[in-house]
Design a protein around this ligand. Structure first.
Ligand code: FE
Ligand code: MN
Length: 361
């Protein structure tokens, strides 16, 4: 018996028995693994859909002009010391953080999951971390910041080091031979996916994102701000990838979803929030125009609670309102018609052309 499967505009005819067998063997972990990348039939549709969205969002750092940023950076009177410090912290922190995320995606999570469509979207995720790392190189070279200074920040600033240790610990825990049928190993993976997706990319990235976009809103660092907006749009997809992965992992391995484990995860988020608040004090030692550390604390509380709710956990606070409603709008760049000037639009056009022959089949 033959059966037709559809993915977007593409159609495939598969042998029904073989397709059902392949489908039944697909699991987040401990599934059937072959050397062939058998995407069909799709089981985790969200993974393929997010992969397609991420592909459409493609951008390249060099497409964004940095002239204005360079001019501001070099001038004596256009910036305050605290504004310069935020940019240094942003570049210093993300230079290494992007690499840590990409490395964990590729060498831990993508290694352990077994369904090909999950590997597909995780490959794209890792690639986007490369783009982010590359965009930071572009900022460093444009502004003429010494790269060693950025590396040193990651080791010498205690609040950055603590954020780093918090995430690398859950990554290291999985870098050895583990029996993934053992519930303790499954918990280590669930913890990793939760910490990287919801605590780090989902919460600890948002302090600096907010500060840099607040400067951008005041027409400071337009190039850097624009790159961070693209990055943020990518991050929101990464958070979604890891959230879905987490939910499916738990659904297929529900024995680990115990009250104790839920409490452990909630405690990890509590720790992530505390680390982020310490870090915010380092970024904003004095309040500057439009930037108050107290408001950023509240913002982090607000974001962290949304992340917890997203994976079915109770929030840490009751009814914290978003202190920065303008930020949500700046983050939602899909709304803007003319934001993608230049090549980003071209990538989209090219992929639309590439799709055309398929449509006619
Ligand atoms: Fe990133
Ligand atoms: Mn990311």
């Amino acid at each position: 018996m033959e059966k037709t499967f559809t993915i977007g505009t593409k159609k495939f005819v598969l042998d029904e028995d073989k397709a059902e067998q392949a489908f039944a063997a697909k699991r987040v972990i401990n599934g059937w693994e072959t050397m062939t990348f058998n995407l069909l039939p799709l089981k985790y549709h969200w993974a393929y859909e997010l992969y397609s969205t991420m592909k459409r969002n493609h951008w390249e750092p060099e497409d964004i002009p940095m002239q204005k940023d360079i001019e501001q950076w070099q001038s004596d009177n256009q910036l305050s010391e605290s504004e310069r410090w935020i940019i240094r912290m942003g570049i210093g922190y993300f230079s290494a953080a992007e690499g840590i995320v990409g490395d964990n995606v590729l060498h831990v999570v993508r290694e352990l999951v077994t369904a090909p469509e999950l590997k597909l979207v995780l490959g794209r995720h890792a690639h986007e971390e490369n783009i982010h790392a590359d965009s930071l190189l572009y900022m460093i070279s444009s502004l003429g910041i010494n790269p060693h200074e950025c590396e040193a920040m990651f080791e010498q600033i205690p609040t950055i080091r603590r954020k780093n240790e918090f995430v690398t610990g859950v990554s290291r825990a999985l870098r050895r031979d583990l029996d993934m049928k053992d519930p303790e190993s499954k918990k280590l993976l669930a913890k990793n996916i939760f910490v990287f997706g919801q605590c780090m990319e989902g919460t600890q990235f948002y302090g600096l994102f907010g500060m840099i976009l607040s400067l951008y809103r005041q027409n400071k660092f337009p190039g850097i701000g624009q790159m961070f907006r693209y990055t943020l749009r990518d991050e929101s997809n990464h958070i979604e990838v890891f959230r879905n992965l987490f939910m499916d992992l738990i659904e297929e391995n529900s024995e680990i979803w115990t009250p104790d484990f839920r409490e452990e995860l909630t405690d990890l988020m509590r720790e992530a929030v505390a680390l982020e608040k310490e870090f915010i004090r380092d970024c904003l030692p004095v309040n500057t125009v439009g930037l108050s550390a107290d408001e950023f604390d509240r913002y982090i509380d607000y974001i962290a609670d949304r992340r917890l709710e997203g994976v079915g956990l109770s929030p840490l606070n009751v009814g914290v309102a978003n202190p920065f409603p303008w930020l949500a709008e700046l983050m939602d760049i899909n709304k803007e018609q003319n934001f993608f000037e230049g090549r980003v639009t071209d990538y989209q056009k090219q992929s639309a052309l590439a799709m055309a022959p398929d449509d006619e089949l």
